[in-house]
Write a protein that binds this ligand. Structure first.
Ligand code: ATP
Ligand code: FE
Ligand code: MG
Length: 337
């Protein structure tokens, strides 16, 4: 099966052609980061306008790079949520138009399922599996008993991990999105500040990062007030250690209670080197489970991951029609919470 996939949920306009859910023929990603940086975050109206301007070029380029025409396609897939409603609508409208014009099945895809299925580009997913889904808007532990079934067993009660990176990054003078640069800085420093690890030892699988973010900001502001300058790399290292500790501890406990074949690490923050290394060493100690990390280049938003998830939707006959609409707060609703 050859799937044309669209992704426009946030600030990347992306169109991909994916074969059988695991081979990327093309994956065009037009990022708008530069346009949002001066505002310190994504501005929804600006995002929508960029998507409109970019989508046709991305579509043509994706088909050209894949060396295919509309006649070769089996289906058209699109992220319809969660995300920014005005941004999602551009992708949904484009996908519906192509599907209608070329008489192709339409596959509505959950963006977060897309992030998880990026693991398909490393190896086939073996069920049951558990995903640690860490991104700009989400921090979730997702249990997948069977293909196509998702159950959130834990999630953040306030900020997402990526959001916390972006907010503390701003205090360090790093442009949005700050995660990658904070990660690099962390590797040059040491964990000398004793930042809080919220909810680390309670018995839920939930997370909380706003207290850590506040502690970080207060530490920097307090030093500013007394005219002291703190070492940026030590600050970054201490922050990262606190984030990685909580994510890893909770994940290991979840693996104990939900034995699975695979732990999948996915989402924008899955690109974090500290997190990748820590989970690799934790999972090495669990004989029945192995770690599948989403490919570095496919952790952030892209349409290839949507094409990977869409192959499953195609097999399962989960089709959409002309009434498909964007759903900004779309949840995993395949299993009862
Ligand atoms: P969601 O997927 O929840 O809708 P999103 O699509 O905006 O949100 P992604 O594109 O999946 O989020 O991920 C972007 C986030 O990943 C940003 O917050 C960014 O700072 C963070 N990030 C990217 N690289 C790293 C890294 N190496 N370390 C930590 N965070 C990172
Ligand atoms: Fe995302
Ligand atoms: Mg993004």
């Amino acid at each position: 099966t050859l799937i044309l996939a669209f992704e426009t949920s946030c600030d990347e306009t992306s169109v991909a052609v994916v074969e059988d859910g695991h081979t990327i023929l093309s994956n065009v990603v037009a990022t708008q980061i530069k346009s949002h940086q001066r505002f310190g975050g994504v501005v929804p109206e600006v995002a929508s306008r960029h998507h409109i301007e970019q989508i046709t070029d991305c579509l043509n380029l994706a088909l050209e790079q894949a060396g295919v025409t509309y006649d070769d396609l089996s289906a058209v897939a699109v992220t319809y949520g969660p995300g920014l409603v005005g941004a999602l609508l551009i992708g949904v409208t484009a996908a519906k138009t192509v599907a209608f014009a070329h008489n192709l099945p339409l596959l509505p895809i959950n963006h977060m399922a897309g992030h998880i299925y990026a693991a398909r580009f490393v190896e086939p997913i073996e069920f049951p599996a558990l995903a640690l889904l860490v991104s700009g808007g989400h921090t979730e532990l997702v249990y997948m008993p069977r293909i196509g079934e998702f159950k959130i067993i834990g999630e953040t009660r306030d900020d997402a991990a990526g959001e916390a990176y972006d907010k503390i990054g701003r205090v360090l003078g790093i442009n949005y999105p700050a995660g990658k640069e904070v990660d690099q800085l962390a590797h040059q420093g040491q964990d000398v500040f004793d930042f809080p690890r919220a909810m680390d030892h309670d018995d839920s699988y939930d997370f909380s990062f706003s207290g850590l973010k506040s502690a970080f900001i207060n530490t920097v502001h307090h030093a500013d007030q007394i005219g002291e300058t703190l070492d940026r790399s030590n600050l970054a290292a201490s922050f990262q250690q606190a984030v990685v500790d909580v994510l890893a501890d909770k994940t290991v406990r979840a693996l104990h209670d939900y034995p699975v074949h695979q732990l999948i690490l996915a989402g924008g923050v899955a690109a974090n080197q500290g997190l990748r290394e820590r989970l690799a060493s934790e999972v090495a100690g669990i004989e029945t489970t192995h770690l599948v990390k989403a490919p570095l280049a496919l952790c952030g938003d892209n349409a290839a991951m949507v094409g990977a998830a869409a192959a499953v939707a195609f097999e399962q006959g989960q089709l959409g029609d002309a009434t498909l609409n964007a759903d900004p707060s779309l949840d995993f609703d395949y299993l009862e919470r």
